[in-house]
Ligand binder design. Structure first.
Ligand code: KG4
Ligand code: ZN
Length: 353
């Protein structure tokens, strides 16, 4: 009898030249259980996202063990919904693409194990996708005409980086955070202000229409490099809040949010324009959850216009974690002959940027 991996290799090769390819994407790296069906890397037939936000809210952040258990509870129903909405059966699907990292290892393992079972039982290729490539691919779903090469600003809860995306499966790291990711800084600032989880969007909402008056950083961060740093800014905000509390002075939460956000965004924007100048990039693509931030969007729009750069931002619903972006990235892995995994695939908490 032909072994699973031999069948998978054969089918994977055949997909390179197949006209229409349907990929089932699976994402469970943090607190969203998501399954999606995407056609030819660009057309979303379904994208079901079961969020655990309400569950983790009472803990003030994602509890890894709780996340894993809830992925297990949700994943089978999410699959049924994804197939029903897409009006396809598992037999119609050409390959299973799953996030293998980066993320919470227990959470990732639920998606990876589920994907392996599906791939093995259906005798279809299993494609191991990096969450980073997924966030980039969210833009292929949002902008039908977007193609590499481009400069990418990756801003999520776990990563902050500038990437030179040369091709669908080829990218070079230009710079990254030397400490906290920007999303992490948003979430920690929100927490010290007593805002509910998830913090980033709350900081964004509270900052709307507010003129920031507080100065948290007096110096430029890591000048003349494309690396980022957010821990100094985060600590300055936390110290300010704690000092005010100790002195029994009022804290203008909206002003703190807007002032922090403005400083964080200005670092992201100035490094992005420097990177565009250095690499002569004509296109800047934003990827990751913090891409949903309204101040970042507006500030980037102005900066890109001034510097003659075409800006691409993902549709709001595709900024944060979802499986459509994983299916899209999986499609481009398949077309470039990359990412075929065997049944020993496991979860990786850290992946190469
Ligand atoms: O990409 P993502 O969904 O997950 C990771 O891969 O990390 O990003 C989640 C991050 C969180 O830190 C969240 O607070 C942040 O994105 N975020 C925002 C906004 N929406 C989500 N940060 C600032 N403003 C927002 N509107
Ligand atoms: Zn993410």
């Amino acid at each position: 009898m032909e072994k699973y991996i031999d069948i998978a290799k054969r089918k994977f090769e055949e997909l390179k030249d197949k006209k229409d390819v349907l990929v089932l994407g699976i994402e469970s790296s943090c607190d969203e259980t998501s399954i999606s069906v995407v056609k030819n890397g660009r057309e979303i037939l379904s994208n079901i996202v079961a969020s655990q936000i309400e569950i983790h809210k009472r803990f003030g952040g994602v509890v890894p063990e709780v996340a894993s258990r809830n992925h297990i509870l949700a994943i089978s129903n999410v699959l049924e919904d994804a197939l029903e909405v897409a009006k396809v059966t598992l037999n119609d699907v050409d390959a299973i693409a799953v996030t293998y990292g980066a993320g919470l290892v227990g959470a990732l393992l639920v998606g990876v194990s589920f994907a392996k079972s599906l791939a093995f039982s259906l005798k279809k290729p299993l494609v191991a996708v990096s969450h980073i490539d997924g966030h980039i691919a969210a833009n292929y779903l949002s902008h039908q005409d977007l193609k590499p090469p481009f400069l990418c600003l990756m801003v999520s809860g776990g990563h902050t980086a500038l990437l030179d995306v040369e091709d669908y499966t080829k990218r070079t790291l230009l710079g990254s955070t030397i400490d906290d990711a920007v999303g992490e800084a948003f979430d920690k600032v929100a927490r010290v202000l007593g805002l509910t989880y998830p913090g980033g969007v709350q900081v964004d909402n509270l900052s709307k229409g507010v003129l920031p008056t507080l100065t948290f950083l007096k110096h430029e961060v890591l000048p003349n490099t494309l690396n980022f740093s957010f821990s100094g800014l985060k600590t300055a905000v936390i110290n300010y809040v704690n000092n005010q509390k100790q002195k029994n002075l009022e804290i203008d939460i909206k002003d703190v949010c807007a002032s922090f956000q403005k400083t964080a965004v200005s670092q992201l924007v100035s490094k992005s324009t420097s990177a565009a100048k250095q690499t002569h990039a004509k296109n800047l693509v934003v990827a990751g959850g913090v891409g949903a931030n309204s101040c970042l969007k507006e500030t980037l729009e102005v900066a890109c216009q001034q510097n003659n750069i075409k800006l691409f931002q993902p549709t709001l619903s595709l900024c944060t974690d979802n499986a459509a972006m994983i299916a899209s990235a999986g499609y481009y892995y398949i077309k470039n002959g990359k990412g075929l995994a065997d049944l020993s695939l496991t979860a990786c908490p850290v992946v190469k940027l």
